[in-house]
Ligand binder design. Structure first.
Ligand SMILES: Cc1cc2nc3c(=O)[nH]c(=O)nc-3n(C[C@H](O)[C@H](O)[C@H](O)COP(=O)(O)OP(=O)(O)OC[C@H]3O[C@@H](n4cnc5c(N)ncnc54)[C@H](O)[C@@H]3O)c2cc1C
Length: 427
């Protein structure tokens, strides 16, 4: 078997199909640079590209291999806007700020696609996103959402689907209605990780894998310590998301890990009734189910039953049970790959971007909506280093309180709270 992430469970279909994955050296000795980045997922790698292209001397250190965290293992769904619907943000912040956050996310989407295409990164993009109501009472919200997106936010690509159309487009009658978004789509995330690393290296960023940062301090100058060397820098981006442990305590108090799991079936065949249009899907459950077809016709199905960081003993069977609830004909379908990763979530499900020490900015907690936003946040960080912090500020100003319970109890409290919501999904 080829390389498998040591920090996320299971061998993923992405790992099996990503193609060549060049290895980068470990840090060996002491370095002084302009900017040091800790963490080689989308956030860190994208920042490395844009900093290096702007002429900064930048070093990025990743504890394992690029993409071993959430970035190489996720559902690949780009979505539209922020994780919260634009109308919810409008109710909270007023129209101008909600529109600015929506526009930022639209730019993030366009940027990701353009970045991949101009740099020759094949990301297996497939268009279309469907969001569906697992309870009848949510259907009107979806209908109103389609209207408000077109009329207030200038986004005409979302249309409402009644129950019949939903059943036809998904190949299951399990949902009561929903919306279809033709302005977005889904990708093979690990291919984007590998391609972004290649572009960063070509732009002159110094990239190190298998180099875990064990200590981070800042007294004006930032110092990063690892077992094989140190890096001293003027500035630092902490991009460890849900995988940072207690490396940096402020981030750890605001961004917490939640396990999420995906299974890939055998190719279902071109006559399969499952999502014949090839869109990606998410549903209205708090413990969201997200699924999509791959380019070669597999069903990639993600979800989990209860909330915790622990891994179900048998991911394949746990996922197959969920598939069978929607697609009884697939109750015995072969699942060829099953894996998981840790989603970095925050209390309000908004990104956590903050200066946590002098000259040290932490970015993460995209709460299951980071494929486009984490990439773009890396670019915004580079913009901020170059002197324009206005757009990064839009994210920095989001109110994200820390999780209650302190270091000892916050995992327990989170477990209890999330399972309460998970229970409500079933009521
Ligand atoms: C199963 C799953 C499904 C998801 N599905 C979707 C989806 O469909 N759509 C969507 O938009 N989002 C989704 N997400 C979320 C999305 O993947 C993340 O928001 C995004 O990848 C975050 O990127 P990142 O670079 O901030 O963090 P990560 O990719 O997690 O990278 C953090 C990196 O930091 C490294 N690191 C940690 N500590 C250290 C240290 N001390 N020294 C050096 N390196 C360190 C880790 O090894 C890791 O590689 C999903 C996440 C998961 C886990």
């Amino acid at each position: 078997m080829a390389y498998q992430s040591p920090i996320s469970p299971g061998y993923s279909w992405y790992e099996a199909t990503a193609g060549e994955r060049p290895a980068y050296p470990a840090l060996d000795g002491d370095l002084t640079v302009d900017v040091v980045i800790v963490g080689g997922g989308f956030t860190g790698l994208s920042a490395a590209v844009h900093l290096a292209r702007a002429g900064a001397d930048v070093a990025l250190v990743e504890a394992h291999r690029f993409g071993d965290g959430a970035s190489g293992r996720n559902g690949g769904q780009l979505g539209t806007g922020q994780r919260a619907w634009a109308e919810e943000l409008e109710a909270e912040f007023g129209f101008a700020r909600a529109k600015a956050l929506f526009d930022l996310a639209e730019e993030a989407k366009a940027h990701l696609l353009e970045f991949a295409s101009t740099n020759g990164i094949e990301i297996d993009y497939m268009p279309g996103q469907i969001s569906v109501a697992h309870k009848r009472r949510f259907v009107d919200d979806y209908k109103a959402h389609a209207d408000v997106m077109a009329s207030r936010f200038g986004y005409p690509h979302i249309s409402f689907m009644n129950r019949e159309e939903t059943a036809e487009r998904l190949g299951t009658g399990a949902y009561f209605g929903g919306v279809r978004d033709t302005g977005t789509g889904h990708i093979h995330p690990l291919k984007l990780v590998i391609g972004t690393a290649r572009v960063a290296a070509a732009a002159g960023a110094r990239l190190f894998e298998n180099t875990k940062v064990t200590r981070l301090t800042s007294e004006g100058k930032v110092r990063v310590e690892t077992a094989s060397g140190t890096i001293t820098a003027d500035k630092c981006l902490v991009a460890v998301n849900a995988y940072g442990g207690n490396l940096e305590p402020v981030s750890a108090a605001h961004v917490m890990p939640i396990g999420s799991f995906i299974g890939a079936t055998v190719p279902l065949g071109k006559d399969s009734p499952v999502i014949p249009g090839g869109e990606s899907v998410d549903d209205s459950r708090f413990v969201v189910r997200y699924f999509r077809k791959s380019k070669d016709g597999r069903l990639l199905f993600g979800g989990r039953e209860i909330y915790s960081v622990s891994t179900p003993g048998d991911i394949k069977n746990a996922i197959r049970r969920q598939i069978a609830e929607l697609y009884p004909a697939l109750k015995d379908v072969e699942i060829t790959h099953a894996w998981g990763g840790y989603v970095g979530i925050t209390m309000p499900r908004k990104p956590f971007v903050r200066e946590v020490m002098p000259n040290v900015i932490s970015a993460g907690g995209f709460s299951g909506h980071g494929v486009m936003l984490s990439n773009f946040t890396g670019k915004l960080y580079a913009e901020a280093v170059a002197g324009n912090r206005d757009r990064l500020k839009l994210l920095e100003e989001l109110k994200v309180p820390q999780f209650p319970g302190g270091t000892r109890f916050r995992s327990v409290l989170l477990f209890l709270a999330l399972n309460w919501y998970a229970l409500r999904d079933r009521l």
